[in-house]
Design a binder for this molecule. Structure first.
Ligand code: ADP
Ligand code: MG
Length: 581
């Protein structure tokens, strides 16, 4: 009668659909394979990849392997050796349990499984291409499992275009393997790209040493061991960042629950709260912490592609972490006991003198992409139009209010100016105007700065180098992940440059997509620059306060700071009159 009858999906198609959830990028494939190796009791795992995992990924382990019929079954959807009943979900100690990963991956790549249990004399090899079994034959090998995934997404070309550059995908793989290597002291990890060793986790070494090998020397110098703390059913151990050391993102805030690297808002909050006053507001501490608890108290049954974990009793976990970390920080030298010794303020770089700020009116940030670019040089000569017609506000300074604010008489009433917010707006538009004009004012450095970067920020830097050059930075690469910073925009102090660049790259990595559009990128860059500017209010002479107000009213949006806080409030004479009844 009708063609639109209901049908059961062809299994390959069903798997390809599931793959859309499980396998969003090469690193997600590695994650599934690694977790299977760990579940299989491996003591050594070797990971190889090339072209960001797009061309090839291989994970090889010495775990328990699979007999030939198990191997075939493992490629069927919902085939798992790990649970049988929904009630088992509460007791899960293994990583995988859905039985979805292998068939999903095999449906979207050229997939070779070689496996042998120790008890068997021989292994088996199964080749699957785009979900179709090509062959199955005996294969001589040592006990364990080797899975090769080639040409990821070739059977579903539409998905290929969602992949990022080789470098970015490689960076995601490296971060992922590092996380698992840090989480598993008992397993030796080896990670190679195109046959070249990226790192090898030292077997049975103390945690700090492992972090140094896996995460890098720099981070290791910023961490210290925390004493192990225990409560009934809970145990916390790990490394904590030294007071005063912070990051713009959670990049070095590693949280592991029952051996599983996880994202946990609760844990991140608890840690950040524990460092309250020890690091600047809005930044994250460094930490590698390991929480062990009854598996029944953690919900691991979350979306396969996400790492966010949920606790049955969030408040209890939060309280336990804060208590433990605060205890550790108080006990450590330079910790909470003596806040005077801790650098509380973020390093500031802003040296811009407010009255000299060019009086331009750049278009609102969102319109930048299409807006016409002012052709006049912005500095040191101010743009002609606005400055030749100085705005006379007619404000008169009455008083300073607790250093952060100033009270003015206006032609129509009374205004209170927030000096910090006003300064940020002015500085933001100055920086933005320079970007927009495509004329960064750059200062060469006498001695270039050296920057060692993790793979992800390094990949971001490579991809967005042009944008940064346009903003006045000059970078040269000289070796894998090593960069030389030869020139800076004038608004950035050399002493603050390295921290600023690290934060910027972290922000760019976090918002990958946005930074493809220069207008958004410049906006974010300017916001980041401004956020680091120390509040200028108390440093200003009375005469400069009025200049600040006047400059503020030449900006595109004088009413708010770049983050949306109000820069001033005003009461008209009529408002005031009403107040007096
Ligand atoms: P899950 O891990 O959710 O059970 P997978 O599709 O990832 O589902 O794996 C299916 C099954 O294949 C696993 O339950 C396990 O029995 C087996 N398996 C997968 N990888 C390995 C491995 N490296 N070593 C031994 N067995 C494995
Ligand atoms: Mg699995």
């Amino acid at each position: 009668m009708s063609d639109a009858s209901i049908r059961i999906l062809d299994p390959t198609v069903a798997n390809q659909i599931a793959a859309g959830e499980v396998v969003e990028r090469p690193a997600a494939v590695i994650k599934e394979l690694l977790e299977n190796s760990l579940d299989a009791g491996a003591t050594r795992v070797t990971i190889d990849f090339s072209r960001g995992g797009k061309a090839l990924m291989v994970v090889e382990d010495d775990g328990k392997g699979m007999a030939p019929d198990e191997a075939l079954l493992s490629l069927e959807r919902h085939a798992t050796s790990k649970i049988r009943l929904a009630a088992d979900l509460d007791r899960i100690a293994t990583f995988g349990f859905r039985g979805e990963a292998l068939p999903s991956i095999a449906s979207v790549a050229r997939f070779t499984l070689q496996t042998r249990p120790a008890a068997a004399a021989n292994g088996v090899e199964i080749l699957v291409n785009g979900g179709k079994v090509i062959h199955r034959r005996d294969h001589g090998m040592a006990p364990g499992t080797r899975i090769e995934v080639a040409n990821l997404f070739h059977p579903v070309p539409a998905r290929l275009k969602f992949l990022k550059s080789d470098e970015t995908e490689a960076a995601h793989i490296i971060r992922l393997v590092r996380l698992y290597a840090v989480a598993h002291a008992e397993v030796g990890f080896l990670l190679r790209e195109d046959g070249r060793e990226l790192f090898r986790s030292p077997g049975k070494a103390p945690l700090l040493e492992r972090v140094r090998e896996i995460w890098g020397k720099q981070v290791a110098t910023e961490l210290a061991l925390m004493p192990v703390t225990e409560r009934p059913g809970l145990r916390l151990s790990g490394l904590l960042g030294r007071p005063g050391v912070s990051r713009a993102t959670r990049q070095d805030l590693v949280t592991v629950v029952n051996g599983r690297p996880v994202d946990s808002r609760t844990m991140a909050f608890a840690l950040t709260e524990s460092y309250h006053t020890l690091i600047p507001k809005g930044r994250y501490p460094l930490a590698f912490i390991f929480l062990e608890m009854d598996p029944a108290w953690v919900d691991v049954n979350v979306h396969p592609a996400k790492r966010e974990v949920r606790f049955r009793d969030e408040a209890k976990v939060r309280g336990f972490i804060i208590e433990s970390v605060l205890g550790a920080l108080r006990a450590s030298p330079g910790g909470g006991a003596d806040p005077e010794r801790v650098p509380l303020e973020p390093p500031s770089f802003s040296t811009a003198v407010i009255p000299s700020i060019p009086a331009t009116m750049p278009p609102a940030a969102v319109e930048l992409a299409t807006a016409s670019v002012p052709s006049a040089p912005l500095a040191p000569t101010p743009a002609p139009v606005a400055s030749s017609a100085p705005l006379r506000l007619g404000w008169r300074l009455l008083a300073r209010l607790r250093e952060e604010r100033a009270v003015f008489e206006t032609p129509t009433g009374l205004a209170v100016l927030d000096l910090g917010a006003a300064h940020q707006r002015v500085l933001y538009e100055e920086i933005l105007a320079r970007f927009t004009a495509g004329r960064p004012v750059s200062q060469p450095l006498l001695v270039p700065l050296t920057l060692e970067l993790d793979p992800l920020p390094a990949a971001v830097l490579k991809e967005r180098q042009e944008l940064l050059t346009a903003a006045g930075f000059e970078f040269e690469e000289y070796g894998r992940n090593f960069w030389r910073l030869a020139a800076l925009p004038t608004w950035l102090e050399p002493a603050d440059a390295l921290v600023f660049v690290r934060d910027l790259l972290a922000e760019m990595a976090r918002r990958e997509g946005d930074f493809g559009r220069p207008a958004l990128a410049y906006d974010a860059l300017a916001k980041l620059a401004v956020a680091r500017a120390r509040r200028k209010g108390d440093a200003l002479a009375d005469g400069e306060l009025l200049a600040l107000a006047e400059t503020l009213f030449r900006t595109a949006q004088p009413g708010t700071c770049p983050k949306g806080r109000r820069t001033y409030v005003e009461w008209s004479d009529a408002d005031l009159g009403r107040r007096f009844g």
